[in-house]
Design a protein around this ligand. Structure first.
Ligand code: PLP
Length: 395
């Protein structure tokens, strides 16, 4: 089975290669000028005072929860229709995820259901901007404020998305970006926490670097001790979640190109939209939503019917996926609900989950090949193959 059209593909130009090569010619491969410049650029792009780059989106979620003091005995409201790291990070700080259902159009947390799920143990709302569609941030902010909860945005899939002309990631107490190679921009592996508050930024920088004092705090203490000795001083239990200079250099160039990248992705989504219009039994992703500008992460269709009027099951979607792969077209099952993952099965959070919309939609979703430089010819081939395969699988 040879895949001819991949699900995703990074877009690396000579500029990225030159930037990474330039770092390799220096002796500074970690905690250097590239990291600082990348962080400044990410913060400026989001009109936020600071950004702390980390080794992955997952690391960013973990540190965001830790830095905000979320821990044992507390509940964090999360979607189940999301990448598994969202709930895993909550477990990592010994808190309890509470799975809440989604809005069937935006596929993001439904604010009314969030409010219903708040108990006296609730401490945080972790909202994901699913597939780059911004969540309903004004209502979520208002709910968080009224119930005295912290609001964390998972914008790993949504760099550049906007709600009321403000960037996703600029609403929460903290927000997390992800730069895995399937994302709109990549650092290979990497992530970033967006932060407004200087104390929190210092804490995040310390936690990502084994609990060492952040450079700013270190300088502020005007310590007379040898800087090399201080490398072995750890103020608290931390982690190695650093982002290398190579990754930061790659990220800087990708971020410079982000507008061009988002425009290419939007154009590809619009092409799919018109090519797929004629296929029945498909629901297409929302392309224009009030108050929102989508940052296209993936292009996910929903298979709506098996035959005239009959409901669909996940078996149909899975058969379509296997047949497409046999014909060289890669697709993805975004997302299998977290509470139904083998690792989560039987856990109290999963047993308590009442998320019928998530469960119904997740059986039908199919992500089509989608990347910056996908060509019209490739998209036509995907659509023709999908149409043929769906007809065959219905029989
Ligand atoms: C919504 C969401 N959160 C978190 C992550 C985790 O990011 P990473 O893979 O960089 O750890 C991802 C993607 O990978 C994601 O899509």
């Amino acid at each position: 089975m040879t895949i001819r059209i991949p699900l995703s593909a990074p877009d690396i130009t000579d500029a990225e290669i030159d930037a990474v090569t330039a770092v390799l010619r220096t002796s500074r491969l970690s905690l250097g000028p590239e990291l600082e410049a990348f962080e400044r650029a990410v913060a400026a792009y989001h009109s936020i005072p600071d950004a702390v780059a980390v080794s992955s989106g997952t690391a960013g979620l973990h540190l965001a929860l830790l830095a905000l003091g979320v821990g044992e005995g507390q509940e964090v409201i999360v979607p189940s229709f999301a990448f598994v790291a969202v709930a895993n990070a909550v477990l990592q700080v010994r808190a309890t995820p509470v799975f809440v259902d989604i809005d069937p159009v935006t596929l993001n947390l439904d604010p009314a259901l969030v409010e219903e799920a708040i108990t006296p143990r609730a401490r945080a709302i972790l909202v994901v901007h699913t597939f780059g569609v911004p969540a309903e941030m004004d209502r979520l902010q208002e709910i968080a404020r009224r119930h005295n909860l912290v609001l964390i945005e998972d914008a790993c899939e949504a760099i550049g998305a906007e709600y009321d002309s403000r960037k996703a990631g600029s609403f929460g107490d903290l927000a997390v970006l992800g730069f895995y190679p399937n994302k709109q921009i990549t650092t290979g592996e990497g992530g970033c926490v967006l932060v407004r508050n200087g104390e929190l930024a210092d804490r995040l920088r310390s936690l990502r670097n084994q609990g060492r004092l952040s450079k700013r705090k270190d300088a502020a203490q005007e310590m007379e001790r040898d800087p090399a000795a201080r490398w072995f001083e750890h103020e608290e239990i931390g982690y190695n979640y650093r982002l290398s200079e190579l990754a930061a250099a790659l990220g800087r160039v990708q971020l410079d190109r982000v507008d061009e990248i988002l425009a290419m992705r939007r154009a590809a989504a619009e092409r799919y939209q018109s090519l797929l219009e004629t296929i029945s039994d498909l629901e297409l992703p929302p392309i224009a939503l009030p108050r929102r500008s989508v940052s296209w992460f993936v292009y996910v269709v929903r298979l709506t019917a098996r035959g005239p009027g009959s409901p669909i099951d996940s078996g149909f979607r899975d058969r379509v996926q296997v047949q497409l792969a046999r014909r060289g077209v890669a697709t993805g099952r975004y997302f299998a609900p977290i509470h139904q993952q083998p690792a989560w099965y039987g856990r109290p959070s999963s047993v308590a989950a009442k998320v019928p919309i998530t469960e119904t939609i997740a059986q039908r979703t199919l992500a089509l090949p989608f990347f910056n430089r996908i060509t019209l010819a490739q998209q036509e081939e995907v659509v023709a193959t999908l149409s043929l395969t769906m007809q065959e699988c219905k029989r």
